[in-house]
Design a protein around this ligand. Structure first.
Ligand code: SF4
Ligand code: SF4
Length: 462
C-alpha cells in the first residue's frame, strides 16, 4: 500500500504539505543526507526552520544509494523522491562536505541553531576466527558498495558469507548475479518460519531470504565457523559446527557449539557481513569510544545540548523506517528546545493482539501477491518486486482489519442488552462515535466480544 502511494506521489507530483519558509528563519545543520537526515530536514521546514544538509558524497541518499542493490531500490525512484524533497523551500543540500575534514563540529555549533548528526555506520566491524584473518579480506558492506558503485565483485568458484542480516543476504544475491556458482550463507540463526519467534530468526527481511533461496543461495542455519582452513594465506575451506541457543542454569539463553557436529565446507573466499560501527571522525567527543552515539528517545545526544542524532549512527533498529522516524522526532525536539516548549509524549497506541479480533466478521481473503520478476530474469538491476495496480491495491486494502479503530459497525450499540451504549454525531473518543454510559453497563462483555476489531476492551473497575 505504502509503495503504491509513494509511486503515485511521484507520478502525479503530489505536493508536500509545507509552507513557504522565511529566508531569515533559524537554520539547522544536518550532517548526512541519508533517510534520517532527509527526514529531519523535511520535518524542520514543516515547522518553519531552514535546514542545510551536508554530505561527503555527490548525491544524497546515504546507504540507500551507496549500498542498497538497485534490484531492491531502483535509482530512478530514489532520485525522483529525493528531488521532490531537496527542492522544497528552506532546504539546502551541500555535497562534497565531510565532517572532520571540510568542517568541524564546533563550527557547526557556533553557526547554526542546532546540529543533527546522521552520518550512519560506515565502518565494517572487525572480524577474525581466533585472530586469523585471510589475505585480501573484504567485508560484505564494502563489497556491496563496490558492486553498487562499479558493478564488479570478486568471482570465486564458491564463497561463504558470514552473517544473517540484510547485508549478508544482499551480498549473497549480488554474488549470484556476478556469476559465482556456489554461494553459501552461514547463519547462527534459523530461516524465519512458523513456530520460531521472529527475534530468534535471521534478522534479514524474510521476503529477501526467500528470494535468495529461490535464486540458489544455500543457507546453513545454526552454523558457526570453528576454524578457517588456509593454504598459505588463502582460504580453501571452513570448518563448521552446529550451534544452538540453550537455556542455562542462570535462566539465560546461551549459544552453544555442539561437539562432534563439525563438517568441512570447501570455499575459495569468506566474506564477513557481521555489522557496521560508526566512523568517529569529526564526532570523537560525542562518540566517547561507544560504537554508536548515545541518545535519549528524542535523539538528543546525551551530555551534549543542541546536538541531536538519528539513523544508524545511533543504536536504533537499523531500518530505513526507524531512521525516518528518528529524523521526525529530532525535528520535534529541536523545535521544542528552540521555542522553549515542553516535548509532548506521542502516547504510542498499543497493538491489538490477534485473539482480540472477532474473525466471524471478516471474510477470508488471500494476500494479493505483488508482481515478482521470474527467477531466470533476475540477473541485472531490474527491480524484483514491483507495485500493485490500482484495482489490486483496492482489493488488498479491503483485507485491513482496521484493528484498534472503530469501524462504526453499530454492533455494540445494537447488541448491548442494557442500552448502555449511545451513538453521537460527535467524535466521542479517539476514532469512535459511541459513548458508554457506565451507570447502565453491567459489565457483561458482550460488546467487547462482538466488536470485530478489538476497539472495545474490558478493564477492571479498580
Ligand atoms: S459490557 Fe455489556 S452492558 Fe456494558 S456496554 Fe458492553 S454490552 Fe453493554
Ligand atoms: S466499537 Fe466496535 S462494535 Fe462498536 S461500532 Fe465500533 S467497531 Fe463496531
Amino acid at each position: 500500500m505504502e509503495r503504491f502511494l509513494g509511486d503515485e506521489g511521484i507520478a502525479k507530483n503530489w505536493a508536500y504539505p509545507v509552507k513557504h519558509v522565511d529566508p531569515s528563519a533559524p537554520e539547522i545543520a544536518i550532517v548526512g543526507a541519508g533517510p534520517a537526515g532527509i527526514s529531519a530536514a523535511y520535518h524542520l521546514i514543516k515547522r518553519g526552520y531552514r535546514a542545510i544538509i551536508f554530505d561527503d558524497h555527490t548525491e544524497a541518499g546515504g546507504t540507500l544509494r551507496t549500498a542498497l542493490p538497485p534490484y531492491r531500490l531502483p535509482r530512478s525512484l530514489l532520485d525522483a523522491e529525493l528531488e521532490r524533497v531537496l527542492t522544497l523551500d528552506g532546504i539546502t543540500f551541500q555535497p562534497h562536505t565531510r565532517l572532520g575534514r571540510d568542517m568541524h563540529l564546533n563550527e557547526l555549533e557556533e553557526q547554526y541553531q542546532a546540529v543533527f548528526i546522521a552520518t550512519g555506520a560506515q565502518r565494517s566491524m572487525e572480524w577474525s576466527i581466533d585472530g586469523v584473518v585471510p589475505r585480501d579480506l573484504q567485508s560484505g558492506f564494502e563489497l556491496l558498495k563496490q558492486w553498487v558503485d562499479i558493478g564488479t565483485v570478486p568471482t570465486p568458484k564458491s564463497v561463504a558469507i558470514i552473517g544473517a542480516g540484510n547485508t549478508a543476504v544482499d551480498m549473497a544475491r549480488v554474488m549470484k548475479r556476478a556469476g559465482v556458482p556456489e554461494v553459501h550463507i552461514l547463519s547462527h540463526k534459523p530461516i524465519p518460519k512458523p513456530g520460531i519467534p521472529i527475534e530468534e530468526s535471521m534478522p534479514a527481511i524474510p521476503r529477501e531470504i526467500q528470494e535468495a533461496l529461490e535464486e540458489g543461495v544455500i543457507i546453513h542455519e545454526y552454523r558457526g565457523i570453528r576454524r578457517l582452513i588456509l593454504r598459505g594465506e588463502r582460504v580453501v575451506g571452513v570448518e563448521l559446527v552446529h550451534m544452538k541457543k540453550l537455556m542455562q542454569p542462570s535462566g539465560r539463553l546461551k549459544r552453544i557449539a555442539f561437539e562432534g557436529t563439525e563438517t568441512i565446507l570447501n570455499v575459495d573466499q569468506v566474506i564477513p557481513a557481521v555489522g557496521q560501527v560508526i566512523d568517529p571522525t569529526g564526532i570523537e567527543r560525542l562518540a566517547e569510544n561507544h560504537s554508536r552515539l548515545q541518545v535519549d528517545k528524542w535523539g538528543q545526544v546525551i551530555g551534549h545540548p543542541g546536538i541531536y542524532a538519528g539513523g544508524d549512527v545511533t543504536p536504533n533498529a537499523g531500518t530505513v523506517t526507524a531512521a525516518v522516524g528518528d529524523g521526525r522526532r529530532a525535528a520535534e525536539a529541536i523545535d521544542c528546545a528552540l521555542q522553549d516548549k515542553a516535548l509532548q509524549e506521542s502516547g504510542e497506541a498499543s497493538s491489538i493482539p490477534f485473539d482480540k479480533l472477532n474473525m466471524h466478521y471478516y471474510e477470508l481473503a488471500p494476500h494479493v501477491q505483488e508482481p515478482t520478476l521470474p527467477i531466470e530474469q533476475r540477473i541485472g538491476d531490474e527491480e524484483i518486486t514491483t507495485s500493485l495496480s490500482a484495482p489490486l491495491i483496492i482489493k488488498e486494502s479491503k483485507r485491513c482489519f482496521s484493528c484498534g479503530n472503530c469501524l462504526a459497525c453499530d454492533n455494540c450499540w445494537m447488541l448491548c442488552p442494557d442500552s448502555a451504549i449511545l451513538k453521537t454525531k460527535e467524535l466521542a473518543s479517539s476514532a469512535s462515535h459511541y459513548v458508554f454510559d457506565y451507570d447502565y453497563c453491567k459489565g457483561c462483555g458482550l460488546c467487547e466480544t462482538e466488536c470485530p476489531c478489538g476497539f472495545i476492551q474490558m478493564v477492571d473497575e479498580s
